[in-house]
Design a protein around this ligand. Structure first.
Ligand code: F6R
Length: 239
């Protein structure tokens, strides 16, 4: 894993965009794997700025990691809406080329995995949960898992309550998520993490044993991972 430590969130976002820009410039029809949450918002702002500067995303395809179960796509809290508001509406990507998983059944999971098997993700953007989850692959998820329905842990629902009026009872209990096996198929992984509350998870991901107790530790087995951190998220690393 290549680890880059930055002063703050803005520098982290700019560094992460540098990694993505290399791909965007080399391949106008690149396939991006995208994440929601606070961590990549700055990276998405950089992507938007690049469009304002003249870059066209019209041939880029995107596949998102996950979506809540039981929330309508048009709901303000859906991950589809998050992607639309934080990225898609401000770039010229063809919305038909954007994919966010949806549904609650095995057939829905298989349909998303089948769609993914027709492409090859060039760059998968990831955040990391305080419990080490990537996508919504919570601790204990087998590393070979493909797109599946997940029961969200209390810890994850608490962390995400900030998007639901700080009321954990409003946070859905399940999500549909790419599996760790799905994520590991991507050619390159770009993980961004900021803040002290991510420091333990970051340490377990990079320096801990490769163990399902920390889903992100699976990335130690991936050949091309770039981790971009702010100082606080990197604060518990020993090397
Ligand atoms: C989001 C996702 C999650 C988040 C993680 C960190 O699509 O799959 O794994 O990346 O929960 O969330 P933030 O960035 O909000 O701290």
């Amino acid at each position: 894993m290549k680890v880059i430590v930055c002063e703050n969130y803005d520098e982290m976002s700019a560094k992460a965009f540098e990694v993505m820009k290399e791909l965007l410039d080399a391949k106008k029809d690149a396939v991006l794997g995208l994440a929601t949450g606070s961590s990549p918002v700055g990276l998405y702002k950089e992507m938007i700025q690049y469009h304002k500067d003249g870059y066209s995303y019209k041939d880029i395809k995107s596949y998102n990691l996950d979506e809540y179960v039981g929330i309508d796509r048009k709901d303000p809290q859906s991950y589809y809406t998050f992607m639309y508001e934080n990225l898609f509406k401000d770039i010229d990507i063809d919305l038909n080329n954007t994919h966010v998983p949806f549904g609650s059944t095995e057939a829905d999971c298989k349909a998303y995995e089948d769609a993914l098997s027709e492409v090859s993700i060039d760059l998968q953007v990831l955040g990391i949960g305080q419990n080490g989850h990537i996508g919504f692959n919570e601790p204990g998820t087998p590393f070979e898992t493909l797109t599946h329905i997940v029961d969200l842990t209390e810890n994850t629902r608490e962390a995400n309550a900030r998007f639901f009026d700080n009321d954990i009872n409003k946070v859905p209990t399940q999500a549909i998520s790419m599996g760790i096996g799905t994520i590991m198929k991507s050619k390159k992984v770009l993980l961004v993490a900021n803040g002290e509350n991510k420091a333990d998870a970051v340490k377990a991901m990079i320096e801990g044993p490769i163990d399902t107790a920390c889903a992100a530790s699976a990335l130690q087995n991936h050949a091309d991972v770039v981790v971009v951190l702010d100082k606080a998220a990197a604060s518990k690393l020993t090397k």
